[in-house]
Design a protein. Structure first.
Length: 336
């Protein structure tokens, strides 16, 4: 259960270190299995030389997470997003490795004209530095449609340890799982949902391609899990219990699946093709007192018309999805 870590900014769009640490402490106390930093939710603009926040933000998350983890607790898995062409991606992977990160999440955004063999070689080059998590990014967020052949060849990489499947598309999600199955890697490549619109059903669905045990997505690496995180940890555990028990999912869990998808549509601004995704996450965290505002590095990145009212609606309709009480009890300590 891995949240995609947001970026806390002041009104002047400078790093708010106190609140950045507070978010990390929140995720640790909520019971997450790790942190993903330098990903879309952290804002890709941290890499802009004029901003210069990639290394500070990666370092801050690792330092804070380790310091806040209770004695004897399971270690966190630290995942660093890497982007750009092979030269940039390998440099970012080297930085993450130096800072103690365990896995590189390789985004292929901006590589639309690269053929499949070059994309696989790109991932292989990163894997020589850090174990790799593949990433199927939806087109609306800058991704591209990737063929079965890419996922089949990627699955053969020795140091591929996981794949985040986030095309927001059922057929393409199944195609990735099938590619890993065909490569014989379902036992050692962890499959994560990144489909924020389909979280619970992704975690419950058994994928069967021939005789034998079904394949399941075992977790998620999600921007949706950057908020209401304590509740999300419990929901992930509940889904795993159902899967491991082998029975059908209860009706109330299916109802939660629909509620969470509705809430995500409002927060991620599906009505405007996700233009207000990051400010929507920030707005929920702001209302909980974890962030001071919804500011993003790009000044044009703001809540869309009607998005605040849509968030009002889902908060009023689905209060059981939130962890407001948990946050209120501990917020001052996290921000101290």
């Amino acid at each position: 259960m891995i949240p995609a870590h947001p970026l806390a900014l002041t009104a002047r769009r400078r790093l708010d270190e106190r609140r950045q640490r507070g978010l990390t402490r929140y995720y640790v106390d909520a019971g997450t299995g790790g942190l993903a930093v330098g990903v879309h939710t952290t804002q890709f603009a941290i890499r802009d030389p004029a901003v210069g926040l990639l290394e500070p933000v990666l370092a801050l998350a690792r330092e804070t997470g380790d310091a806040w983890r209770p004695p004897g607790a399971a270690p966190l898995v630290y995942i660093a997003g890497v982007v750009g062409d092979t030269r940039q991606a390998t440099a970012e992977a080297a930085l993450a490795a130096r800072l103690g990160y365990h896995v590189a999440l390789v985004s292929l955004g901006g590589l639309d004209d690269w053929p499949t063999p070059r994309l696989v070689d790109h991932a292989r080059a990163v894997a020589e530095i850090l174990p790799v998590m593949g990433f199927y990014l939806q087109r609306a967020a800058g991704g591209r449609d990737l063929p079965y052949r890419f996922w089949r060849e990627l699955a053969e990489l020795e140091h591929l340890v996981a794949i985040k499947i986030a095309p927001f598309d059922r057929e393409r999600t199944a195609e990735v799982v099938r590619a890993v199955w065909d490569a014989g890697r379902t036992g050692d490549v962890a499959l994560y949902t990144g489909n924020d619109d389909h979280i619970v059903l992704d975690l419950l669905t058994p994928f069967r391609f021939e005789e034998g045990p079904p394949v399941h997505l075992v977790g998620g690496l999600l921007g949706q899990w950057a908020m209401w995180t304590r509740r999300a940890v419990a929901l992930h555990a509940e889904c795993r219990r159902v899967v491991q028990g082998g029975g059908p999912p209860p009706a109330d869990l299916l109802a939660v699946a629909a509620q969470l998808s509705d809430a995500n549509g409002a927060i991620f601004d599906a009505a405007h093709r996700f233009a207000g995704c990051l400010p929507g996450i920030h707005e929920v965290l702001r209302r909980q007192g974890l962030l001071a505002g919804t500011w993003c590095l790009r000044e044009a990145e703001v809540l869309s018309p009607g998005q605040r009212e849509a968030i009002d609606r889902v908060l009023a309709t689905y209060p059981d999805l939130t962890d407001d009480v948990f946050v209120a009890e501990h917020r001052d300590r996290w921000l101290g």
